[in-house]
Design a protein around this ligand. Structure first.
Ligand code: HMG
Ligand code: MG
Length: 303
């Protein structure tokens, strides 16, 4: 197909976005093994966990222990695994472990800012500003997520101008990359192209953008295609299609990494990732959890 990039970066979020939503606790050793397998499959970025409040997300209460375990195996490379940090307390915990990549996560909508961060839409920026400033001063780089870019379970349609304003404020703080999230998976391809073009028109270089899709309505790959045609070359995905958000009703699994890799292989887009090794990692995790992967590609390749 014309107009597509020759290569993209797959930003793996399964250990964080996937496992934050598990009903059953996943042992730290299983999480560490998942991260190791995903790195071994060639994924260039594997987001490991979140330094959020352990009462808010008990599934990731072992964030420090997980990074210590990974440092034992991977040495200094464990410091390159990105982690989420909502506030200065989270940043302190990440910097204690020497993390070199942190991510803040903002909301385009008022209701989700309140529910996910216990802050108003406006107050979230005051919470993030010192996090970004101190992270950059410590030599870390900062990704910023914007959630609810295409729809919100409480507010319905989301004004794209509000999404652009949210993203621009996070970039103005010094965030290096902006990941635009379809948190509940309601967006469609036309909206994706439109939102990317609005950011570009507002002065955001397209190479600062990443796209983060959830596959609730089966639109995630169509949305990737719209993003590719609009020039975005970083895509978040979750091994096996794990995922959801504990504070967003109706959020289901992320775009599965395997679905994205199959799609890219078909289009001749290089990812540098070994699809079979990711499938094997997801199949291993599905066994460990006693639940099959929701990914169509994992089912097809393991069936
Ligand atoms: P809060 O209750 O307002 O926190 O929560 P606070 O600032 O009032 O502090 C209260 C107490 O919590 C204090 O302790 C703090 O030290 C402690 P005390 O002094 O009372 O003993 N505390 C912490 N402890 C450990 N780690 C911390 C931390 N922060 C405060 N980081 C807060 C505010 C932001 C912390 C809370 O709302 C929270 O943790 N939210 C996280 C929710 C979350 O993780 N959601 C999922 C990730 S977002 C997502 O999945 C979407 C995404 O995938 C993209 C997409 O799909 O759109 C990224
Ligand atoms: Mg997500």
């Amino acid at each position: 197909m014309a107009g597509l990039p020759s290569a993209i970066t797959v930003y793996e979020v399964g250990p964080r976005d996937g496992l934050q939503n598990e009903a059953e606790p996943v042992p730290t050793a299983v999480k560490a093994e998942l991260v190791r397998r995903l790195l071994a499959a060639g994924l260039p970025v594997v987001e490991a966990t979140s330094f959020v409040h352990p009462r808010w997300v008990p599934q990731l209460a072992d964030a420090g222990e997980l990074l210590d375990t990974l440092a034992g195996d991977l040495g200094d490379a464990a410091r390159d695994l990105p982690v989420l940090v909502p506030n200065e307390r989270g940043l302190d915990r990440a910097l204690e472990r020497g993390c070199r990549h942190v991510a803040v996560f903002g909301s385009a909508t008022e209701t989700f800012a309140q529910r996910n961060l216990n802050r108003s839409w406006d107050q979230q920026f005051a919470m993030f500003a010192p996090v970004v400033e101190r992270a950059l001063a410590a030599g870390a780089d900062v990704r910023a997520y914007v959630s609810m870019c295409f729809g919100d379970p409480w507010e319905g349609d989301v004004d794209p101008d509000r999404v652009v304003e949210t993203g621009q404020r996070l970039l103005a703080m010094g965030a290096t990359q902006l990941s635009l999230g379809d948190t509940i998976g309601v967006g469609t391809a036309g909206q994706v192209g439109d939102l990317v073009r609005r950011f570009v028109a507002a002065g955001t270089p397209v190479d600062r953008l990443a796209l983060h899709f959830h596959d609730t309505y089966g639109q995630a790959l169509a949305n990737v295609l719209a993003g590719l045609l609009a020039g975005v070359t970083t895509y978040d995905a979750s091994a096996g299609g794990l995922g959801g958000c504990p504070y967003a009703e109706s959020a289901t699994g992320n775009l599965a990494t395997e679905d994205l890799l199959w799609f890219c292989r078909g289009l001749g887009i290089d990812t540098g990732v070994d699809l079979d090794a990711v499938v094997a990692a997801s199949a291993w995790l599905a066994d460990a959890r006693g639940r099959p992967s929701p990914s169509a590609v994992v089912r097809a390749l393991t069936g």
